[in-house]
Design a protein around this ligand. Sequence first.
Ligand code: 5GP
Length: 141
Amino acid sequence: MSYDPDNIFAKILSGDFPAHKVYEDDVAIAILDIMPQAAGHTLVIPKAASRNLLDADANDLAQMMPTVQKIAHAVKTAFAADGVHLQQFNEAAAGQTVFHLHFHVIPRHDGVAVKPHSGDMEDQDVLVAHAEKIKAALAKT
Ligand code: 5GP
């Protein structure tokens, strides 16, 4: 399977499709998932093109993990979470639905289950408010 440059995250990276972006650096962007499994569910998307972990360049992976960590701290603070759950799917058989590498960063609270993966679309105004909370947490780091 080869990388398809028309995937939705490539279009978000190029600015051709909108997203609630909470962070950007040289190697990655972080956006809110439009079908969050919990409030604050954020996707860290590397700028380097690969379908997933399996075909990613090892150096690109090493460069983006500090961004995943930064976003994990920010969502934990922003949502006063008890923990943070990472998810990353590789190929359709494993549940992947968008074929540009990304890490799901999901704030978790004790005893609260997550909603299904790719479930209900969240209201835009809720996503706007959640993005502001994460940006505010990032601004303090
Ligand atoms: P995957 O199944 O590939 O690991 O996850 C793709 C994620 O992207 C899903 O959680 C889904 O809700 C989310 N998603 C799908 N389309 C869009 C979109 O257009 N914008 C954003 N922000 N998230 C999307």
